[in-house]
Design a protein around this ligand. Structure first.
Ligand SMILES: Cc1cc2nc3c(=O)[nH]c(=O)nc-3n(C[C@H](O)[C@H](O)[C@H](O)COP(=O)(O)O)c2cc1C
Length: 274
């Protein structure tokens, strides 16, 4: 069995988890796998029954990130076993794994394991930290162990299909959930009356034109030297903010402080193996 990782990962956390899981599988198999990054371009790979695909993407609004679906749209399996990995910012992954499972099955894959791991929230900043620094050593160790457990099943030929939609979030406190719900309702009401478009900002005094942000942007929304931003292309993934070496980029969203206040209790990874 050949191991292939397919990732969509603007800020790199889904990629880190996918690598750790794949490394865990490969450690047991003593083999080299392939790694394909769909963050900036679509993938068109086809796989068969002798392959095992690890597919990882972030959770956006409780679902699989829409651009990940576009990037993976032309990937095809033929009864190909796959490990589905949703990476979320410590709030909730909600329907993301069910969504990923439907998406993968429609393309010929058979989910044989599924996992939800926590990654630093795209909106996390020094002032409003949300799952800052994750995945950390403990998350990566867990991802490696998951990989090894999958490899053991592969070795004895006992991997079987799973139902990823049945994996549940670690539930936050009633108070946090209520605060967040109230905030979202209020936010949506306000937006109806006065739509606001939040976009990443650039502090020209700090920008040295290195273009690292442009290279990191999954939708090529930023000019080559960091200048300009095409608003309609921006998916607010915050890749530009996280990679800027001089701190010239920032993204304000009122969600950041609400998330930081209400989802600061560490959630652990969850998974199932068939
Ligand atoms: C537009 C958007 C929506 C998000 N929605 C959620 C969400 O519903 N739940 C959650 O816990 N995290 C959410 N996040 C946080 C990301 O899932 C998290 O930061 C993830 O680790 C990013 O993955 P990446 O590093 O591979 O880009 C959202 C982030 C963005 C940009």
């Amino acid at each position: 069995m050949k191991i292939h990782s397919l990732v969509f990962s603007p800020t790199g956390t889904s990629a880190k988890i996918a690598r750790a899981i794949a490394d865990g599988i490969l450690q047991m198999k003593n083999d080299a796998g392939s790694f394909s990054d769909a963050t900036r371009q679509p993938l068109r790979d086809s796989f068969g029954q002798e392959d095992l695909v690890v597919m990882a993407a972030p959770v956006y609004g409780g679902r699989m990130a829409p651009l990940a679906k576009e990037r993976f749209r032309d990937v095809k399996g033929r009864h190909t076993p796959c490990v589905l990995v949703a990476v979320y910012g410590n709030r909730a992954f909600e329907n993301a794994l069910r969504d990923m499972a439907d998406f993968a099955r429609n393309r010929g894959f058979v989910p044989v394991a599924a996992a939800a791991f926590v990654g630093e929230h795209s909106y996390s900043s020094a002032r409003t930290p949300v799952a800052a620094g994750r995945p950390d050593d403990s998350d990566l160790k867990a991802a490696g162990e998951l990989g090894m457990a999958i490899a053991r099943k592969v070795q004895v030929g006992s991997l079987s299909p799973v139902e990823p939609g049945s994996l549940r979030d670690e539930v936050s406190s009633e108070k946090s959930l209520r605060n967040f719900r109230n905030f979202v309702e209020e936010y949506q009401k306000q937006r109806k009356n006065a739509p606001v478009q939040y976009l990443p900002e650039l502090n020209p005094a700090l920008c040295n034109g290195c273009g690292t942000c442009a290279q990191a942007c999954p939708t090529a929304a930023i000019g080559a030297k960091g200048q300009g931003l095409e608003a309609e292309k921006c998916i607010r993934c915050c890749a530009c903010v996280k990679v800027c070496p001089s701190g010239a980029r920032s993204f304000f969203t009122p969600f950041a402080s609400v998330l930081a206040e209400n989802f600061n209790v560490r959630k652990s990874p969850v998974w199932q193996i068939g």
